[in-house]
Design a binder for this molecule. Structure first.
Ligand SMILES: Cc1cc2nc3c(=O)[nH]c(=O)nc-3n(C[C@H](O)[C@H](O)[C@H](O)COP(=O)(O)OP(=O)(O)OC[C@H]3O[C@@H](n4cnc5c(N)ncnc54)[C@H](O)[C@@H]3O)c2cc1C
Length: 553
């Protein structure tokens, strides 16, 4: 008999979260915020966190949905920026992902957060037509008079130029959580967890227990009744949330829910990470994540207020740990030469900076909700951090759980079925999107890239879409399920940033609104000029927020 049957006639009144990483505290905040924890009618939320088992401690990139979550949780944007070493992120710049770098072409594209305004006038077919005419040698741009060599992102939106200029997405007078362009954040994962902890415990009434769970007690039907801790006794609950990270103490160890390994599609299984201090404390802060492809993986470079977070994600089947670390150190030593850094890191001696290697388990649980236990965070699943998917998926899961919270035990299997179905679809879609970056690359300089491009490593669902998109560009009909974490605009930026060859067959029927397209392109040009003139740099805005704060809503 579960705790709820014993004490609450099957009502779900006690939620116990095990694990105090970002996932655990996001879950605690969303649940307490939605379930009236501070009232006698509400549901009690307890979070148990081991003082001895460290959190994974990385996770510095986010996506725009984080703004909605922070606002909904009652956290001020000014406090968040000040306390989490946070900066503004407007997308990801992918460097060297297209070709074998020896080809010598400038090789980068932006995956930005602003939409390409496809609902006003869809500029994509106009760009494709112009681009194809150029590659076929006519040199004629059609539709808008724009040079056909304009990149896709600059053709349909202005944010790529804002990123290249290192500008912020807003001004100090812009209200909290609003922006001239769509934006997310780079943040210090440890400081973010600390802010979420304070918000949950001081404002939302979450009970915080610092102790290690050493045993899990189950009822005959497999439900978890309680957990035993080393220093805080036994904690009973009606619903348990497993946020214990890769160890998956409840969902894996106790409930034996199998892990579905996805390393046949996504090969990167390790990361070596490093924190690089700025030599000049007022160094420019890049306004996007930089992701640079390597022979056996890729390197991320993220600018926070006081340091850079840099990491090499790699496949241990394609390189050694020593070589991976050396690749990272070489990059840090030379990265000022990339032209995207103003501080001279070359003098800091990267060999003196400590590194940390993290093993990554790529895949997800066969079920995310089993009996009265929900897995959230790394215990639920993980794919490499190429598109900063971790916090996004866990934030979406926590919100879904809070909004669909079961009132009683009898309701639980019904909600669990839907939850399991939706989460599995989401994970499969995330895997497709990450794989896209690798499999349409033309790189052939190592087995890592050749293996990634081999059809047998590409999920059928992605292969089918890619085949369709050879004939016509993606449309919203391709993204109909409602559970896609990455949508039409994300695919457009990556596909055409990587010059995916969609044929011209139907393009003339989709490019018959030349006057509207021209007007729209001119408007974009004007907006770009204004933005480039008036937006402050990322560093300038951060300094002002620290000094004055944003206008409150
Ligand atoms: C290399 C790498 C890069 C990443 N980059 C990004 C990124 O850019 N953007 C992004 O969104 N995400 C990223 N992520 C994912 C992100 O780090 C995680 O989503 C996030 O940290 C959540 O982790 P977690 O809370 O599930 O687990 P953890 O941080 O591992 O926390 C586990 C918690 O469980 C506790 N615990 C474990 N066992 C017990 C026990 N027996 N009793 C009590 N407590 C216990 C621990 O003390 C800890 O508090 C990255 C991940 C990796 C590995």
């Amino acid at each position: 008999m579960s705790a709820s049957q014993q004490t609450n006639n099957g009502l779900i009144k006690q939620v116990v979260i095990v694990g105090g990483g970002t996932a655990g505290w996001l879950a605690a905040n969303h649940l307490a915020n939605n379930l009236a924890t501070n009232t006698s009618e509400g549901v009690n939320v307890t979070l148990i966190e081991s003082p001895n088992i460290p959190t994974v401690g990385v996770g510095e990139g986010t996506v725009p949905m984080m703004r909605q979550s922070l606002q909904a949780l009652g956290i001020s944007e000014t406090d968040f920026i000040r306390e989490c070493d946070a900066t503004f992120k407007q997308g990801i710049k992918f460097v060297d992902w297209l070709h074998n770098p020896v080809a010598g072409e400038p090789d980068y594209y932006h995956h930005i957060f602003d939409y390409p305004h496809i609902h006003d006038v869809d500029l994509t077919p106009y760009w494709l037509k112009a681009h194809q005419e150029q590659t076929q040698g006519s040199g004629l741009a059609s539709g808008s008079g724009e040079s056909p060599s304009t990149s896709y992102v600059d053709y349909v939106a202005l944010q790529g130029k804002i990123c290249d200029a290192g500008l912020a997405p807003k001004q100090i007078t812009t209200p909290e959580y609003q922006g001239n362009t769509a934006y997310a954040y780079h943040l210090d994962a440890g400081k973010f967890s600390a802010l979420l902890t304070r918000n949950a415990t001081e404002r939302l009434g979450v009970k915080h227990v610092l102790a290690e769970v050493v045993n899990v007690l189950q009822a005959d039907n497999g439900d978890i009744i309680s957990v035993e801790t080393d220093t805080a006794g036994t904690v009973a609950g009606d619903l348990f949330i497993d946020c214990t990270g890769f160890s998956a103490l409840l969902i894996g160890d106790k409930l034996n829910v199998p892990f579905i390994d996805k390393s046949d599609a996504l090969f990167a299984d390790h990361a070596v990470v490093m924190q690089v201090p700025y030599r000049d404390p007022q160094a420019d802060i890049v306004s996007h994540t930089v992701s640079i492809a390597q022979t056996a993986g890729w390197i991320w470079d993220i600018g926070l207020q006081t340091r850079r977070g840099v990491g090499h994600v790699y496949s241990s089947n394609h390189t050694s740990h020593e070589q991976a670390e050396q690749t990272l150190r070489n990059y840090v030593e030379s990265s000022s030469a990339l032209g995207n850094r103003s501080d001279n890191v070359g003098t800091i001696k990267p060999q003196d900076i400590n590194t940390r290697v993290i093993k990554m388990k790529v895949g997800y649980r066969e079920k995310f909700w089993q009996n009265n236990c929900v897995a959230l965070g790394l215990s639920q699943g993980f794919v490499e951090p190429l598109e900063a998917t971790g916090l996004l998926v866990f934030d979406v899961t926590a919100k879904m759980l809070a909004e669909q919270f079961p009132t009683c035990r009898a309701e639980m299997p019904l909600i669990a079925n839907l939850f399991n179905q939706r989460m599995r679809e989401s994970w499969d879609k995330v895997i497709d999107f990450i794989k896209l970056h690798y499999c349409i690359s033309k790189r052939d300089d190592s087995d890592f890239w050749l293996d990634n491009r081999a059809p047998k490593s590409i999920p059928d669902s992605l292969q089918e879409r890619l085949e369709r998109w050879r004939y016509q560009p993606p449309t919203e009909y391709d993204f109909f399920s409602g559970v896609e974490i990455f949508n039409l605009e994300n695919y457009l930026y990556v596909l055409y940033g990587m010059r995916y060859p969609t044929a011209s067959g139907l393009l003339s029927t989709k490019t018959n609104q030349v006057a509207r397209a021209d007007t729209y392109r001119q408007w974009l040009e004007q907006q770009s000029e204004q933005a480039l003139k008036h937006l402050p740099s990322n560093r300038e805005l951060i300094n002002k927020i620290k000094q004055y704060g944003f206008k409150k809503l």
